[in-house]
Design a protein around this ligand. Structure first.
Ligand SMILES: Cc1cc2nc3c(=O)[nH]c(=O)nc-3n(C[C@H](O)[C@H](O)[C@H](O)COP(=O)(O)OP(=O)(O)OC[C@H]3O[C@@H](n4cnc5c(N)ncnc54)[C@H](O)[C@@H]3O)c2cc1C
Length: 470
């Protein structure tokens, strides 16, 4: 630790367990977590290089961390490892309107970047619901999505170039500032979604878009999941591209209504909220067409508005789904994406799991891209409930895979779905993952135990023993 303090200064290296404990875990209750041997807060790429050089010299594992808002335990501490917290590297280095891009450090909070580029009429679309505290480094490393993915895609769609400090301390600069570019493998995107297992991102060049136009909003309720699913399918087949299409099930509707006293339709099986930012008459026409689809499917209630304040109020119901479910107990938030044609089957399947496991499960999700967040509410102090909650979490993953979906649409594999990755991707893809990891991090120092198993338990014990004596 003295080497780290010499290189970065004592103010950047935290050793007091009462302080470092705050960096032990993210927001995923289910995930295992150790205790950091040290928490290091670098201020520059040179600091990160120094940390990785010390770490690789001594064989000490390093867990990169952003804001810790993750929902998969991906930045959870590993016993004996350094937790490398990137939040002090929080500068927007450049906004270049003529090239429609921004260059940022990884600790920039998503909303800070959105605000900075909005000032010059530009837009950074990826908008995880945690956008007011999660960092761009975390977004890149989990390939975050959000509400507007249905139209604008996910984080990887905005990555032009990256600076990454590799496990051995070398600095890789990859990617470009140009709109097009195919020189060599697309290494920048290899790091996107790699959950801190391949390198530490220290800078990102991100594409921007023109600011969206004033939105028109729709809310509609349905008596059945089949009607809800039909609308989503018809949106896709009719070529409509709303900028947002979200769904909440009855459990979420009632929980939000209890919390906000918003006079929601508590009898509805599902609520859809949609927006179009196509601008002016185009947005009105798009939402009118969507309203027609809802009525044709048998919607009980359809409301549209071009008043942004009222639109925000309708969106608030969706945004408050999680805090509302938190009133019902501790929450385990799952993250399964299914083909959009299977959304109704997925909602019905979650209901059946809730009945079978005798638990409350509310489903809120990005209907436009099929990414659903079934949220299990339970009392963690009750052993039996906790066991049933964990079992329901797995049931939901099983259900998602059986419908042709994926075990994670945006939160990542982290520490909680390691056992599920091979089931989804198969042994050949897992071998390719391991080969890439071996090429970039042969000693397995970066974020061990996350995404897939690589380090033998005996090896890790040897490594952590070494750190313990440092
Ligand atoms: C209420 C709530 C709502 C959410 N909504 C969404 C949503 O809509 N969409 C969505 O995608 N996610 C959502 N999330 C999950 C979470 O906010 C995202 O995964 C986010 O991208 C994590 O960012 P972070 O800065 O908190 O990263 P952390 O949680 O600290 O870390 C996440 C991963 O990134 C790695 N990492 C962080 N910084 C770096 C770096 N500089 N270099 C290399 N690796 C790094 C870590 O090792 C870890 O693997 C939500 C979370 C909460 C609590």
């Amino acid at each position: 630790m003295t080497e780290l303090q010499d290189a970065l200064g004592t103010g950047s290296v935290l050793l007091d367990p009462d302080v470092t404990a705050a960096y032990a875990r993210d927001q995923a209750m289910l995930a295992p977590a150790g205790m950091p041997a040290a928490v290091v807060l670098p201020r520059s790429t040179a600091d990160v290089v120094a940390v990785m050089q010390v770490a690789s010299r001594h064989g000490v594992p390093v867990v990169p961390r952003g804001a810790g808002s993750g929902l998969a335990g991906a930045s959870n501490a590993v016993d004996g490892a350094i937790t490398l917290v990137m939040t002090r590297m929080d500068a927007v280095l450049e906004v270049a309107p003529a090239d429609r891009l921004a260059v940022v450090q990884p600790g920039v909070v998503n909303k800070a970047l959105r605000d900075a580029v909005a000032g010059v009429g530009l837009f950074y679309p990826p908008d995880p619901s945690s956008y007011d505290w999660c960092t761009i480094g975390g977004n890149l490393s989990t390939n975050s999505g959000g509400l507007c993915c249905v139209k604008y895609g996910v984080t990887t769609d905005y990555v032009l170039g990256l600076e990454v400090v590799l496990a051995d301390g070398r600095v890789l600069r990859t990617g470009r500032r140009t709109v097009k570019g195919v020189a060599g493998y697309d290494l920048a995107r290899l790091f996107v979604g790699s959950e801190g297992t391949l390198g530490v991102i220290t800078e990102a060049t991100l594409a921007l878009r023109p600011a969206p136009k004033r939105p028109v909003t729709l809310a509609a309720t349905f008596a059945t999941t089949a009607q809800t699913g039909q609308v989503v399918e018809r949106v896709v087949t009719s070529g409509l591209v709303p900028s947002l299409l979200e769904v909440m099930d009855n459990t979420c509707i009632c929980a939000v209504d209890d919390l906000l006293k918003a006079d929601l339709d508590r009898g509805a099986r599902a609520l859809l909220v949609a927006q179009s930012d196509a601008g002016g008459e185009a947005a009105a026409a798009e939402i009118a067409a969507l309203a027609d689809l809802c009525r044709e499917a048998g919607a009980e209630f359809v409301h549209t508005t071009d008043d942004p304040a009222e639109g925000d109020l309708l969106l608030t119901a969706r945004r408050m789904a999680l805090p509302a479910l938190e009133q019902l107990g501790s929450t385990l938030i799952d993250d399964v994406a299914v083909p959009r044609s299977r959304i109704a089957a997925f909602l019905d399947g979650c209901d059946a799991i809730a009945v079978q496991r005798e638990l409350i499960i509310g489903v809120v999700g990005h209907a436009g891209d099929g990414n659903m967040h079934p949220t299990i509410c339970f009392d963690p102090a009750d052993d039996d409930q906790r066991t049933r909650a964990y079992a329901a979490f797995d049931d939901i993953l099983e259900l998602g895979l059986s419908l042709g979906g994926t075990i994670t649409g945006e939160h990542g594999v982290g520490a909680i779905k390691v056992d599920w990755l091979e089931r989804e991707i198969g042994p050949v893809a897992l071998d390719v993952h391991r080969a890439i990891k071996d090429a970039l991090d042969p000693a397995g120092l970066l974020n061990p135990g996350k995404v897939f198993r690589r380090v033998q338990v005996a090896d890790l014990a040897a490594v952590t023993g070494l750190v313990g004596s440092a």
